[in-house]
Design a protein around this ligand. Structure first.
Ligand SMILES: *[C@@H]1O[C@H](CO)[C@@H](O)[C@H](O)[C@H]1NC(C)=O
Length: 234
């Protein structure tokens, strides 16, 4: 009896304490394992997707993770372009959100200094000024031929002018044309992808608009871009 009692007590204590101690330990251990596992998965997934993003550079499938990486990348991009022209400085805010692909291409070309020395080769009063390597009016020709040429800029719609765009459906590697509008144009977004807006130097745009042109809307004097500098902030 005296020998049995401690054993019985031990048995009892095991029965009483055992399960609660085991379950507490189990819960803690399991939680720790799950937490570590989730942390590990998250870290390695981020690492992996970041690496694959860097490797793939241009390829994106639009998955949620890549979309958020694109967002992060977008906010790292410069938001402004400072056009130094022979008539003065024009500051353009870039539409990184609404025209990301065109802004990417534009930024890439700026970084390669492709716009230095480019001519404003067409000026259509109350419509647009155009800079690039093309000798064509392109989109602007449709506006003129379509008889939509404005005789008077509508001052009440001034905020719809000074938009910066490039023609839609442009063949690859065919240069980059920039149109800066000087008046509201109704069917603008059918013709152009608007990728920015002039926020400073509207008067410079207007000065370029006022130059004398020949009958083909080509300026008689040389107006060119000295360079375009990208800025994060203005
Ligand atoms: C851009 O051109 C202007 C005028 O020629 C010049 O003063 C300026 O230093 C140039 N900026 C860059 C970054 O090359």
């Amino acid at each position: 009896m005296a020998k049995m009692k401690p054993q019985a007590l031990l048995q009892q204590s095991k029965k009483k304490k055992g399960p609660s101690r085991i379950s507490l330990t189990t819960i803690l251990t399991c939680s720790l394992i799950v937490a570590l596992f989730v942390f590990f998965l998250h870290t390695s997934y981020r690492h992996w997707s970041h690496r694959s993003k860097l490797q793939l550079e241009n390829g994106f499938s639009g998955s949620e993770t890549e979309a958020s990486l694109m967002d992060a990348k977008k906010s790292d991009l410069p938001g402004y372009a400072v056009f130094s022209t022979s008539k003065g400085t024009i500051v353009v805010e870039l539409y990184k959100e609404s025209a990301p692909e065109v802004v990417d291409e534009f930024i890439d070309l700026c970084q390669k200094n492709r716009f230095s020395g480019m001519l404003f080769h067409h000026v259509i009063k109350h419509y647009s000024i155009q800079v690039g390597n093309s000798q064509d009016l392109g989109v602007a020709e449709d506006w003129i031929l379509g008889g939509k040429h404005h005789s008077q800029p509508d001052a009440s719609l001034k905020h719809d002018a000074f938009l910066v765009g490039t023609p839609r459906g442009k063949p690859k590697n065919k240069g980059f044309e920039i149109f800066i509008t000087t008046a509201p144009i109704p069917d603008l977004s059918e013709k152009l992808i608007i990728f920015g807006q002039v926020i400073k130097g509207e008067h410079v745009v207007q000065e370029i608009e006022e130059v004398d042109t020949d009958e083909h809307y080509r300026p008689k004097s040389t107006i060119k871009i000295n360079n375009i500098t990208l800025r994060m902030k203005i």
